[in-house]
Design a protein around this ligand. Sequence first.
Ligand SMILES: Cc1cc2nc3c(=O)[nH]c(=O)nc-3n(C[C@H](O)[C@H](O)[C@H](O)COP(=O)(O)O)c2cc1C
Length: 364
Amino acid sequence: MSSKAPNAPLNVLVIVASTRPGRLGPAIADWFVRATLPEAAGDGIIVDVADLADIGLPLLDEPEHPSSGIYVHEHTRAWSRRVAAADAFVVVTPEYNYGMPAALKNAFDFLYHEWAWKPVGFVSYGNTSAGTRSVQMTKQVVTTLKMMPIGATVALRIADSTHNGQVIESAGLDEAARGVLHELTRVASAMRSLRTGTDSDDTSIPGPVDGLRLTTARPDDLAELLVLQRCCWVQEALANDTLDLQPLRETLDDLRASMSTWQLWCVRRHGRLVAAVRARAHERAWLIGRLMVAPDQAGNGIGSWLLSYVERQAPEETTHCELFTGHRSTRNIKLYERAGYALTAADGTPDGSVYLTKQRQLSA
Ligand SMILES: Cc1cc2nc3c(=O)[nH]c(=O)nc-3n(C[C@H](O)[C@H](O)[C@H](O)COP(=O)(O)O)c2cc1C
C-alpha cells in the first residue's frame, strides 16, 4: 500500500495496450504525452509510459492469486514496481473485436493491490466506434481492481484523427487530452488518502497507542520496510558487537523473495511505517522473525501488541511459536520473556543467537 506524502508529485503511468508489430498505439501515446506536457510540467506531474510490448509479460504465469503479493517471477515484480509507483493511469487502447486487447487484460490480471484506489483515464482509438466499446469493457475490469474510471475521455476515430500513423494536429484534441490529465490528477490527489488505510484486508484492531494500522505487507511497502529493518538492526549490531547480521545485508530483492516463503505484516502509525514482523509454519512450529519497532516508537507497547497478533495467526496444526535474537539483545529477550517465551539454549548458539519458544494455547 502506498504511503506517499500528500503533497508528493503525482506519478501518471500511460499504458500502451496494443503489442502487435506496426501498431498505432505508441504514436497515440506519444501524442497524448506531447499534448499534456506543458500542463504536466507546470503542475509537477511525472508522466511515464509503459508500453506493454516492451514490458513483454507472458500470459499470467504466477501460481498465487495476485492479492497475496507473492510473486515468483521477476517480470511480475518489475511490473508490480511500475504500477505501484503510479498514482494514476491513462490507458491508451484500441478496440479488438469490440473489446480490450488481451495483452491489456493480462497486464491487469498480473497484479492486484498495486492498482487499487487509483484513477484511470482512457484514450481510445478505432474505426466506427473510436474504441469506446473497448473502454466500456475495460471499465468493468478496473472497478473490480478498485480503480476509479474518470469521466473525461478521448476517443479517436482512426480515419478522422490520424494520418500516416500519426495523430493529426488539432487544438480540440489537445484540449481533450489536457482535460483527461486535469481530471485524472484531481481525482488522484483525492484518492491518495484512501491508500493509507481502508483496504478490506487491513486489520483494524485496537493498538496500544493511537493511529496504528496493522496490515499484511504489500510489494510497495518493502522499500520502506527495508529502511526500517536497517535502522532497527543497527541497534542489534551495537548490542551484539557484530555487523555480520543478515537483516543488515538484505537487499530489496531479498525482501521481495522472502514474500514467497514468509507472511509479512506492517504497522503504520498515521501513515508512517513503524513496525513489522514476519512468520511461517515449519512442521509443528510457527516461526516468528524480524519483529521490529522504529527506535523512536520503542517502549510504547507496539512490539508486544504485534507479537501477540502474529502469534494468533499461527495455523491450527502448529504447537508452539519459535523465534531467536542476539544473545546480548537483552531488551528483546525481556520482551519475549514477558510474552511467555522461554530460552531453549541458555548459553547461546555458535552464531551468538538465542532461541526462545512458547507453547500455543490450543483450543479444545
Ligand atoms: C484483432 C483486431 C481486431 C479489431 N477489432 C476492431 C473492432 O472491434 N473495432 C474497431 O473499431 N476496430 C477494430 N480493429 C481495427 C483497429 O481499430 C485498428 O487496427 C487499430 O490500429 C488497432 O490498434 P493497434 O494498431 O494499436 O493494434 C481490429 C484490429 C485488430 C488487429
